[in-house]
Write a protein that binds this ligand. Structure first.
Ligand code: GLA
Length: 384
């Protein structure tokens, strides 16, 4: 029996209607470009969140999870009020999804459910444990309530939950990556049109691995720096007279330098150059394979460190140490201000890079990082 079904059995005697799951993600490249309507290249990872669901006779949603004590109960009739009142903590993710899905699919037939959620996606590591919850719950409710939404619509539901119920002003990258992944492939996403292309990574063929270096420095996107960066990007776009920074090219940068203050200019330059790096990475993967993308990853990290200023010393140390020990490329991944870095390494260098990073952190008197490889994997699905 799966962990989610076991947890469900502690809630109810009823047989499960089914079980759905969705993965976390790693972003290979394209950071903070999503809410600027630009390009991203994330991939889903093997670590997943599962939601097992059983029907109830009343209209109560009762949700229990492996990462919290006790169950949260909200009658469907009181869902809108519960979301507006806030203070739901982790339950804002699944309840926010239920709330957003009902709005997105007015013809659906919502009914009371017991929902058990279990996860092995590390929390706070920048691997989108939240998008994994949203993807699993959205996929489950979509089927059980007969909402009939497609994967892109379900990703939108997850993002609305995140933005409006949780209150984190994020883009749509994480939800799209979690809904759409495939083994040994990344999802190339145009965040304006939401059109996607699968891009073969070729890591397996080339014997390459992605090592995650979780600095354990915590970040929270509902507060602080993330929202501030977003506001700077919007101000930059307004001053440059475009709808979103996606509409600027590198040839617009000289004009941006004249018009914008130094900080806003550097925020804009990160987004403009990062969009180009995503396009270049996709082309390089297709034409030359994964060994040729190292410099693009490194340039992306430098841009986040120097222009967008969202790195922290631990992330810089992780990247520098990985590169000094033979990584093909490395960069921080996710929203920044903590979380994880990734390093693209030859499989037989994995241990050496991981232990060199551990030693460098010890020498710098930083908390020991958690290092582990991730595998580009399949997106959201029904498991049972
Ligand atoms: C977080 C957000 C995403 C994206 C990244 C930065 O992961 O959830 O929408 O903005 O940060 O690329």
């Amino acid at each position: 029996m799966s962990a989610a079904s076991e947890l469900l059995a502690t809630l109810t005697d009823r047989v499960a209607e089914g079980e759905w799951s969705a993965p976390g993600r790693v972003n290979l490249i394209g950071e903070h470009t999503d809410y600027n309507e630009g390009f991203v290249l994330p991939f889903a990872i093997a670590e997943r969140t599962a939601a097992a669901v059983a029907l109830r006779d009343d209209d109560v949603l009762r949700i229990s999870s492996s990462f919290s004590e006790g169950a949260v109960e909200v009658p469907l009739a009181a869902l809108d009020d519960a979301i507006s009142a806030g203070g739901l903590d982790w339950a804002a993710y699944p309840l926010g999804v239920a709330w957003a899905l009902r709005r997105a699919a007015p013809d659906a037939a919502p009914r009371g459910l017991d929902v058990a959620i279990t996860s092995n996606v590390p929390v706070g590591a920048g691997l989108s444990s939240s998008a994994a919850i949203e993807g699993a719950v959205a996929s489950a409710l979509n089927d059980v309530w007969g909402a009939g939404l497609d994967r892109v619509a379900l990703a939108r539901v997850g993002r609305i939950a995140e933005n409006e119920a949780v209150g984190a002003p994020t883009g749509i990258m994480d939800q799209m990556a979690s809904m759409l992944g495939r083994a040994d492939a990344a999802t190339f996403l145009d965040c304006r049109t939401l059109q996607t292309q699968e891009v073969d990574l070729g890591f397996a063929r080339e014997g390459l691995e992605i090592l995650v270096i979780d600095t354990l420095v915590s970040h929270a996107h509902s507060t602080g720096g993330y929202a501030e960066r977003r506001a700077a990007c919007e101000a930059g776009a307004r001053a440059m007279g475009v709808l979103a920074l996606r509409d600027l090219a590198e040839s617009d940068l000289p004009r941006a330098r004249e018009l914008l203050d130094d900080v806003t200019y550097r925020r804009v330059r990160h987004i403009v150059t990062e969009n180009q790096r995503v396009l270049d990475t996709v082309a390089t993967l297709r034409d030359a394979g994964p060994r040729a993308i190292g410099e693009l990853l490194v340039a992306s990290h430098a841009s986040m460190r120097d222009d967008f200023e969202i790195s922290v010393p631990e992330l810089d140390l992780a990247v520098d140490t990985a590169l000094a020990n033979g990584a093909i490329g490395a960069r921080m991944t996710g929203g920044g201000f903590g979380g994880a870095a990734i390093a693209l390494v030859q499989g037989d260098r994995l241990e050496a890079v991981a232990s060199a990073v551990g030693e460098a952190f010890a020498a710098g008197r930083y908390r020991a990082p958690r290092t582990f490889p991730v595998l580009p994997s399949v997106g959201a699905r029904r498991d049972a």
